[in-house]
Design a protein around this ligand. Structure first.
Ligand SMILES: [Fe+2]
Length: 182
């Protein structure tokens, strides 16, 4: 279940309370079941390309809905773990405050990741997103992303197009220590 950390160290786990804190950002946060069909694949640390496709097909009921409702056109599965070559280099692209021209849409299906956000009033929060949670970060939202010390996540990424995905860095400093170094 998602965990929201505030700058003052307070943590929230109630989805309603988290939604209220994220409301100024228009972030979408839903619980979606992965179901039993893909469970054994998700339990594996690493996946072959064929296995990734099996997972995607097993979860395409959500992609079909997003295509119909929001016009998304493609999806892929990102699998990160401690044995991935250059993992830290890859993660360093996203652990500074940035925006995208398109929405950042993720369905976490294994492991966990941390999304940090700069709210319109300048305050910052960090949201740990866990399995079976879908998040939609609207285009233009100042945010960052990192892994927890478990260094493991599987996430379906949904795209409306191939443009707009380059991170545009802002100069906003992150105000508090993140869990990635805990
Ligand atoms: Fe991002």
């Amino acid at each position: 279940m998602a965990i929201l950390r505030m700058e003052n160290g307070q943590t929230l786990t109630d989805l309603g309370a988290i939604a209220a804190e994220l409301a100024p950002l228009n972030i979408g946060l839903n619980h979606w079941s992965t179901g039993p069909e893909v469970k054994s694949l998700l339990d594996q640390k690493a996946l072959t390309e064929d296995e990734k496709e099996q997972v995607l097909v097993g979860l395409d009921r959500y992609f079909e809905q997003l295509k119909a409702d929001l016009g998304y056109t493609s999806r892929d599965l990102i699998v990160l773990h401690s044995d991935v070559p250059n993992l830290e280099v890859m993660l360093a692209k996203f652990d500074k405050v940035h925006t995208h021209a398109d929405d950042e849409v993720r369905y976490i299906v294994d492991g966990e990741g941390i999304f940090g956000f700069v709210r319109p009033d300048g305050s910052q929060v960090e949201l740990t997103v866990q399995p079976e949670e879908y998040i939609n970060v609207p285009a233009g939202t100042e945010h960052w992303f990192c892994l927890t010390p478990s260094r493991r996540v599987k996430a379906v990424r949904y795209f409306a197009g191939t443009d707009g995905w380059t991170p545009e860095y802002t100069s906003t400093p992150i105000k508090f220590e993140t869990l990635q170094t805990a």
